[in-house]
Design a protein around this ligand. Structure first.
Ligand code: 26Y
Length: 847
């Protein structure tokens, strides 16, 4: 009873909340109330909220231990969590109480929330998807844990120099102590690298020597929305197994004494940025080898620690390992954790004494693989010599899986059926399917390993999953049958991406639907109840007024952070995502220049008919991605020129907002009238920000690609603006570029005129942008010259539609109303039912 009474978080009335905050100021922070600043108030409030989360977290884990359900684990090298405090308050249903409590202490909740730094342990879509899935896992009460790495530095901070160059600075996000993590210094595993491997039999082996590093667990609580269920995200930190080398220390060689400990610490020191560019690998082949080894060590360190932890938890039940697939499902977020497949084989063969067939059958029933790209240059491959050096035993196992050392290749779940038997004499097919790509050096194809080692393989939108089945994994579909290769369209959490980032719209929806907001935020299809209000003029007025206030909020942000004045009576047009040629920010900026030149050529009278537009860009470029950085420079310099041009500045403004982040997205997305998702058809696997904009009533301008297609299916083609060539045409067009090139001035005079102006130095020194312009003039791999005219036509349709404000607002309402499908709750439940076979395990009665 004493324990039961103690098992409460903070009492949830306002006086108890203020008391708990003050307590944390004095005891946890050792500070005085009279000189407390916003940062201190944030930290104390966070610790007080954390007390609530901890109680729920404990109850959830205890409940799982008691009920012993099958659990799922989401292995991701990236979790782009953003800020936690606001989200935790909303999920716990305590925002208003804390607002009052914080006010009583003389602070404002908004100021305090603003003191939190983003947890930016990810690059973009893939990392944010993982974060949305964790939110949905807890909210739907599924026993789902995340496993990742606790990077000391998150994604680099982006600075823009006066010339428009991207500069990178480190992101030491842990410099202020992090109230959202619990160090578990007692949960540790040893992870081995290097050393030597010996074969003991056909399938068994032994691996010894080398370097051993310690993995230490840090737990992050993931509260569900409107439920006590609070799952766990376990992040590993690397540290040396022994403090330092005593022999070197005693000999007075201090550098050598700490060298090995530094190399252990290095493993989780930083997040890798994808360099999706073959050119870079070709130009500097050797410079990247050191960096490559560290990245491989990162991947193995994380998968080995996570698997050891999962198996230890399973073994506590005292069940035989052959039952592992009845209790454990592991989702591989892209190929980054694929080493888990040979690692589980190693454990089962070498440490648990199972035979090959037993081990392979367990492995292929535990793992599930999600692919996030079909771009050939982005598919992960590891040099055989590097794997042999770092993970010698795993290389043997990979060779055994591919069947090179075995008379009978054990491909697929039935070891009797082999590619050779199914397609006798088809050597090309064998070479195409092999896990090993021939070459200098040989390379391991991680997507092939992930595919054959998994129970199910999925893409992230319908079109993308079709492309996976018909291109990169076609041979595997023909060999194993198509039922293993399926689709789960991505989703986003409506808690962060509507309720939290757009509270006014959330309140209006709640009021209009006459539902408790917990109901529609947990069953997002309820939004279609808004459809009947599109004809209600008073409702439309409120809807449009909220969009307007969100635009003013964004303008305020730009004013305070950049000192620039944005006009809010114009259409807000937004493209925010990683800089990449396939996403075609270049198409957008060339379109802006086209608009500028058109306006310049008009009389003041003609201009007055134009639809005023403010164009926003934000996004980071990989530090070594020269063309992407040049695109940023062009945007910044075009902005400098046109924002200062008195002829046009009333009709066209342009901003590049530096240092794009989850928190910045939360300000930009609710403020957009139109957003751009304009990748070359067939290149964007899904996209998820497209869903976020539409959920907030922004319309979509895009190509027929990724999840844009499914969004259009839901909201109706008349409510989106589509343009450009379709996926099946892309290959033919590229062929035409190579073998039947047409001069640009003939093919696309409008684009030709734009490029001429850039070349001539209208925005910057002449010639600076030649390398960027040449990608278009030369082979134009991403088809800007093919899509430019239809892009300009689509922009004109947008202008025309925006002119009728009432009709525009109707489109906006219809768009939000039909976004139910894109809740990440739907996606995670689909994974749970069709792949993992797990069920909700509620802690206790819901609120
Ligand atoms: C190899 C390594 C350094 C690497 C790291 C991160 C490679 C790729 C990535 C990130 C990929 C990524 O974010 N992909 C995006 O995943 C989203 C979620 O499925 C999709 O919506 C989006 O279309 C896709 O580009």
């Amino acid at each position: 009873e004493v324990w039961q009474a103690g098992l409460r978080g903070v009492d949830q009335d306002v006086p108890s909340i203020t008391k708990s905050i003050v307590n944390h100021v004095q005891t946890s922070l050792a500070r005085q109330a009279y000189n407390l600043d916003d940062l201190g108030a944030y930290q104390a409030a966070a610790l007080s909220v954390r007390d609530n989360l901890l109680v729920n977290w404990n109850e959830t884990q205890l409940n799982y231990t008691r009920k012993n359900p099958k659990r799922a684990y989401y292995l991701s090298l990236e979790f782009l969590m953003g800020r936690t405090l606001d989200n935790a308050l909303l999920n716990l249903g305590l925002k208003e109480q804390y607002r009052d409590g914080i006010k009583k202490l003389g602070f404002s909740v908004e100021d305090i929330l603003d003191k939190e730094r983003d947890a930016a342990l990810g690059n973009g879509g893939l990392g944010r998807l993982a974060a949305c899935y964790l939110d949905s896992g807890s909210s739907t009460e599924l026993p789902l844990w995340g496993y990742g790495l606790r990077y000391k530095y998150g994604i680099f901070q982006q600075l823009i120099s006066p010339e428009g160059n991207q500069l990178e600075a480190p992101d030491p996000w842990l410099d202020n102590q992090n109230p959202w993590e619990l160090p578990r210094l007692d949960v540790t595993y040893e992870v081995r690298f290097y050393g030597h491997a010996e074969r003991l039999s056909d399938s068994r082996g032994v691996w010894q020597g080398g370097q051993e590093v310690l993995a230490v667990a840090y737990d992050v609580m993931i509260p569900g929305y409107g439920t006590k269920n609070t799952n766990n995200l376990r992040l590993w930190e690397s540290k040396p197994k022994r403090g330092f080398d005593l022999n070197s220390f005693n000999a007075g060689n201090y550098e050598a004494a700490v060298a090995s400990s530094n190399s252990a610490d290095a493993i989780t020191s930083l997040l890798y940025v994808p360099v999706l560019h073959l050119l870079i690998e070709i130009l500097i082949p050797s410079s990247s080898i050191v960096g490559k080894e560290l990245r491989l060590k990162q991947q193995y360190f994380w998968t080995a620690a996570s698997l050891a932890d999962i198996i230890r938890r399973f073994k506590q039940q005292g069940k035989p390992l052959k039952e592992l697939p009845d209790f454990v499902a592991i989702q591989l977020n892209d190929t980054h954790p694929t080493l888990a497949i040979p690692e589980l084989m190693r454990i089962l063969l070498d440490e648990e004494d199972l035979n090959w067939e037993q081990a392979w059958s367990i492995v292929t029933n535990v793992f599930f693989y999600t692919n996030h790209t079909v771009l050939p240059e982005a598919l992960e491959k590891w040099p055989v010599p590097l794997i042999e050096h770092v993970l010698p035993r795993h290389l043997q196992i990979i060779y055994d899986i591919t069947g090179i050392n075995k008379a009978v290749a054990p491909l697929g779940s039935s070891s009797k059926v082999t590619v050779e038997r199914k397609f006798p004499g088809d050597r090309d097919r064998l070479a195409r399917m092999s896990l090993i790509e021939e070459g200098q050096p040989k390379q391991v194809r991680m997507a092939h390993l992930a595919a054959i080692g998994s129970r199910k393989v999925n893409g992230v939108a319908e079109l993308h999953s079709d492309l996976v089945r018909t291109t990169i994994l076609k041979d595997f579909v023909e060999f194993e049958g198509s039922s293993k290769y399926s689709n789960v369209t991505n989703g986003i959490t409506p808690r962060r991406w509507l309720d939290q980032c757009n509270p006014e719209l959330s309140d209006l929806i709640t009021k209009t639907l006459k539902l408790d907001k917990v109901v529609w935020l947990k069953d997002l299809t309820k939004l279609d109840g808004l459809l009947e209000f599109t004809e209600d003029a008073a409702f439309r007025k409120e809807w449009a007024a909220i969009k307007q206030r969100n635009k003013e909020r964004l303008a305020n942000y730009v004013q305070t952070t950049l000192g620039l004045t944005v006009r809010t009576d114009a259409m807000f047009d937004v493209q925010i995502k990683r800089l990449h040629e396939y996403k075609r920010q270049t198409l957008n900026i060339l379109g802006v220049i086209h608009r500028y030149l058109t306006l310049k050529g008009q009389t003041p009278e003609e201009r007055k008919k134009a639809n005023p537009r403010v164009v926003f860009f934000a996004g980071k470029a990989a530090p070594a991605y020269y063309i992407a950085k040049l695109t940023i420079r062009l945007i910044v310099n075009v902005a400098r020129v046109i924002n200062a041009d008195p002829d046009t500045k009333d009709y066209l403004q342009l901003y590049f907002l530096p240092d794009y982040s989850v928190s910045l997205a939360e300000v930009l997305i609710p403020a957009s009238d139109i957003s751009q998702h304009i990748s070359t058809a067939g290149t964007e696997a899904s996209g998820t920000s497209n869903m976020k904009f539409c959920l907030n009533g922004g319309l979509l301008l895009g190509t027929v690609d990724g999840a844009n297609i499914e969004i259009a299916e839901e909201v109706g083609e008349s409510n989106v603006f589509f343009f450009g060539h379709l996926t099946p045409a892309v290959e033919d067009l590229r062929y035409q570029h190579l073998y039947h090139p047409v001069p640009l001035e003939e093919k696309c005079p409008a684009l030709h005129r734009v490029l001429e102006q850039v070349s001539a130095g209208l925005f910057d020194d002449a010639d600076i942008y030649e390398p960027l312009l040449n990608t278009i003039r030369q082979n134009d791999y991403y088809l800007l010259t093919d899509d430019f005219d239809s892009y300009i036509a689509a922009l004109a349709m947008v202008d025309e539609a925006y002119a009728d404000k009432e009709e525009w607002t109707k489109k906006s309402i219809r768009t939000t109303a039909k976004m139910g499908k894109f809740s990440s709750d739907r996606a995670i439940l689909d994974y749970a039912e069709s792949f993992w076979n797990i069920e909700p395990i509620p802690v206790s009665t819901k609120k």
